[in-house]
Design a protein around this ligand. Structure first.
Ligand code: F6P
Length: 773
């Protein structure tokens, strides 16, 4: 109807305009025809009329005129003298008009006249004759011929003069009246035909259009349906380009909906503590799990007369602790707290978490020399800089190496002592225990030893500078499974073994066989435990957290708050971060007075010169920036170089506008994942170093090269000015990733691989027994 109505209106307008135009045109054609016809009749009559005139016997024309007017179109004929005197006429002529009127009509150029009998076409045709040369008698031109003269005299009277050759002169006018009523009839017929034609055409156009529109519409609907079903454009009658804009819109909207749906649904297979526990029961038949790490998950400290429990700033502890709470078992670690000895039982064990008693913490005591050589010396002055590309030279001392070996043996003994069977699952953590896997393997050959290397593994050339490279590789190959955060680090390890040991490497299966023993090298990106519903960390609203942090630090109300939370370590890129903050304030002075950067830096390894001097440099840098850009009531950098408990860090994350992680090299980095987990309001921007393993998993962060001060400063600006909608889009996606790839998945994947490995080993043992029997 939307189409037919305009079409109908257009046709009516066309008809209204076309009919009068057509009338005009046909009338003009007919006039021309009647003129020609009249001329023909006049020519035909001319001789007879001339003769009758010259003979002064116009009545002789009667029969001729009567015959002529028998023609149905010619209604009357009149013969007028040049001075408009009617000389002779057919019967109806006089009733219709006189000669003067006829001359007047003819003079106007419009041949139509409305006369008594109806509309007529008036044709006036001169009758001319050639006169012989005559004397003074004058001419008849302009006057009625003198009917008393003989023909010869009459002609002579018309002549120009004596002796001259005469021109034809008008001796009368023949007036022909044609009936016009037939034109009206024809015009009405034409009008009827025209309207009929326009109507028929309109109907045809409407029919074609409606049919094509129906087909097109069906095509569009089918195409849209196909797109919705994900089948592509199945529109045989329509070319795809017509539907393309719709398809693009539909697809993008569908993708948005899918994303929203996926985010709302969460992962297909949710990994949580319960699932991990059930995996242990099914795949590992409830076998004992023993974790071994240097750092303990709970540190008992003496504070005045009280004993307080502290959680260390350690990514390792953040990740492994929830796994242990789910699996129970025993965690073997260095007892480093001042009150640690006071709270353990006779077997150096204490149940943790305090008050909940989910698992056992078995403490190993180290002397100051052992700690110095093994922890500060070999682990943190040798292995740490060796594995991190942070341009700090590793230091290898023989005495440190000896301490490292001895302490590894002490911990291996503790593991063996804690084992309740000959095949426990032992989870060895980090670079402090590179020798321990082989040591445990020697005493418990049936044990499943899963070693996780929490820091990067360098390329073979870099690793090759370690004087005890072969011993370290051999120690690690005591593991059943050796895990890294990324494939890249696993590949580096395999290449290092290839370079420095005689081992068989199966690249296809990522296994290394060394001295009849096989190790699977795999990547397991570590993560955090996703906060559960009702988690007390999320209880305080973001606005409250922000208000409290702003009050505590006396920040300007309109400040943009950026935070960094790290161990005070040179690999974390804290100096580079401060350089970027300074550059931002320099480049974009509008941030001065409004941009505040709060750096929480948990003191770590401060007994080492390298760390002390680094921490002092950071202090000086912060002071310099504050002196340069600070004003009364505004300090751009707040350096909080003290340990912060988990809830304080969480509050800071929830209060912040952005979180800055600019590690120069990092196995994974869990701070960024904790920030994401803290933002249940889906706001806040993560600025993340491309050299942290997490950058591969979290591309929705603003990824930066921390060595590039300009790029990092620009990223800070972009993060600080990011619209809320974009923040939500990015944060929602980050949250869905971290939630799905949580620490239970990390542990679950390793333990599931271990379960398969153990099953295979048992089958092989049975097969050997059959073969032996
Ligand atoms: O980054 C590797 C790592 O083991 C972390 O898991 C842990 O936070 C840190 O190194 C060890 O720190 P610390 O020497 O203070 O225990």
């Amino acid at each position: 109807m939307r189409f037919l109505l305009p079409l109908f209106v257009a046709l009516v307008v066309a008809a209204t305009v076309a009919v009068p135009v057509l009338d005009q045109v046909t009338l003009r054609w007919f006039s021309r025809d009647l003129n020609s016809r009249g001329m023909l009749v006049a020519n035909t009559l001319s001789d007879a009329v001339t003769e009758a005139l010259l003979q002064k016997r116009p009545e002789r024309l009667r029969s001729l005129f009567d015959r002529v007017v028998q023609d149905e179109r010619l209604v009357a004929i009149g013969l007028c003298a040049p001075d408009d005197v009617l000389l002779f006429a057919t019967e109806r002529f006089a009733r219709m008009l006189d000669c003067a009127q006829a001359s007047a009509w003819a003079g106007q150029g419009d041949p139509r006249a409305s006369v008594a009998g109806g509309a007529v076409h008036v044709g006036v045709h001169d009758i001319r004759a050639v006169a012989p040369p005559v004397t003074e008698a004058g001419s008849l031109e302009g006057a009625a011929p003198d009917l008393s003269l003989s023909p010869e005299q009459a002609l002579a009277a018309l002549g120009p003069g004596p002796g001259t050759v005469s021109e034809p002169v008008r001796i009368g006018r023949l007036v022909l009246l044609h009936d016009l009523s037939f034109i009206d009839r024809r015009s009405q017929d034409t009008r009827r035909y025209l309207i009929g034609l326009i109507t028929a055409l309109g109907a045809l156009v409407a029919l074609i259009t409606v049919t094509v529109a129906q087909i097109s519409w069906r095509g569009w609907v089918n195409g849209a349906r196909a797109v919705l079903r994900g089948e592509g454009i199945l529109t045989p009658l329509l070319p795809a380009p017509e539907l393309q804009p719709l398809v693009v819109e539909l697809r993008s909207r569908l993708r948005d909906l899918e994303d929203e749906y996926r985010r709302a649904q969460g992962p297909e297979v949710d990994w949580d503590a319960a699932r991990l526990r059930s995996l242990l029961r099914t795949q590992l038949a409830g076998d004992q799990v023993i974790v071994v790490s240097n750092r303990e998950p709970y540190i008992h400290e003496r504070l005045d007369d009280r004993v307080v429990v502290r959680r260390p700033a350690s990514g390792l502890v953040t990740a492994v602790e929830p796994v242990m709470r789910a699996c129970s078992g025993t965690w073997v670690a260095h007892g480093s707290g001042s009150a640690d000895r006071a709270v353990v039982d006779a077997g150096d064990r204490v149940a943790v978490p305090p008050g909940q008693h989910d698992y056992w913490l078995r403490r190993v005591w180290l002397s100051a020399e052992e700690e110095q050589g093994y922890y500060y010396g070999f682990a943190n002055e040798g292995m740490w800089p060796l594995c991190h590309v942070a341009h700090v030279r590793p230091v290898f001392r023989e005495s440190d190496w000896e301490a490292y070996k001895a302490v590894n043996q002490r911990f291996a003994d503790a593991v063996v002592a804690e084992a309740r069977s000959d095949d426990p699952v032992v989870l060895v953590q980090d670079y402090h225990f590179a020798l321990l896997p082989a040591m445990v393997r020697e005493r418990l050959p049936q044990a499943t030893i899963i070693t996780f290397w929490h820091i990067p593994w360098p390329n073979p050339e870099s690793f090759g500078i370690c004087p005890w490279r072969s011993e370290i590789l051999q120690g690690l190959l005591g593991s059943t499974i050796l895990g890294f955060h990324t494939r890249f680090h696993g590949k580096n390890f395999i290449e290092t073994v290839d370079r420095y040991l005689e081992a068989r490497i199966e690249h296809e299966h990522s296994t290394i066989a060394f001295r009849e023993k096989e190790t699977l090298v795999e990547s397991y990106p570590i993560s955090i435990a996703w906060p559960e519903a009702g988690d007390p960390d999320m209880a305080r609203p973001v606005a409250d957290c922000r208000r409290r942090v702003f009050e505590r630090l006396a920040l300007p109300a309109d400040a943009c708050l950026a935070v960094g939370v790290d161990r005070f370590d040179y690999t974390k890129g804290i100096l580079e971060r401060l350089n970027a903050v300074e550059r931002l304030l320099e480049k974009r002075p509008d941030w001065q007075g409004r941009f505040v950067f709060v750096q929480v830096a948990a003191p770590t390894r401060s007994a080492l010169d390298e760390y002390r001097s680094f921490q002092e440099r950071v202090q000086r840098q912060a002071e310099r920036i504050n002196a340069r850009f600070g004003t009364p009531g505004y300090r751009p950098v707040h350096l909080l170089a003290e340990h912060h408990e988990h809830d304080a860090v969480n509050e800071l994350f929830r209060a912040a506008d952005l979180c800055v992680v600019t590690s120069l090299h990092d196995g994974m980095n869990l701070v960024c994942k904790e920030f994401v987990a803290a933002r249940d309001d889906e706001q806040g921007v993560l600025v993340l170093s491309r050299f942290a393993g997490a950058a591969r998993e979290l591309p929705e962060a603003l990824i930066v090269n921390p060595y590039h001060v300009e790029e990092t400063a620009d990223a800070l600006h972009r993060a600080a000015s990011m619209p809320a909608a974009e923040q939500r889009e990015r944060m929602a996606s980050l949250r869905s990733t971290v939630r799905e790839f949580n620490v239970y998945r990390w542990a679950g994947r390793m333990l599931a691989d271990a379960g398969r490995w153990r099953l295979r080993a048992r089958i092989e043992a049975r097969v050997r027994r059959f073969q032996g029997g």
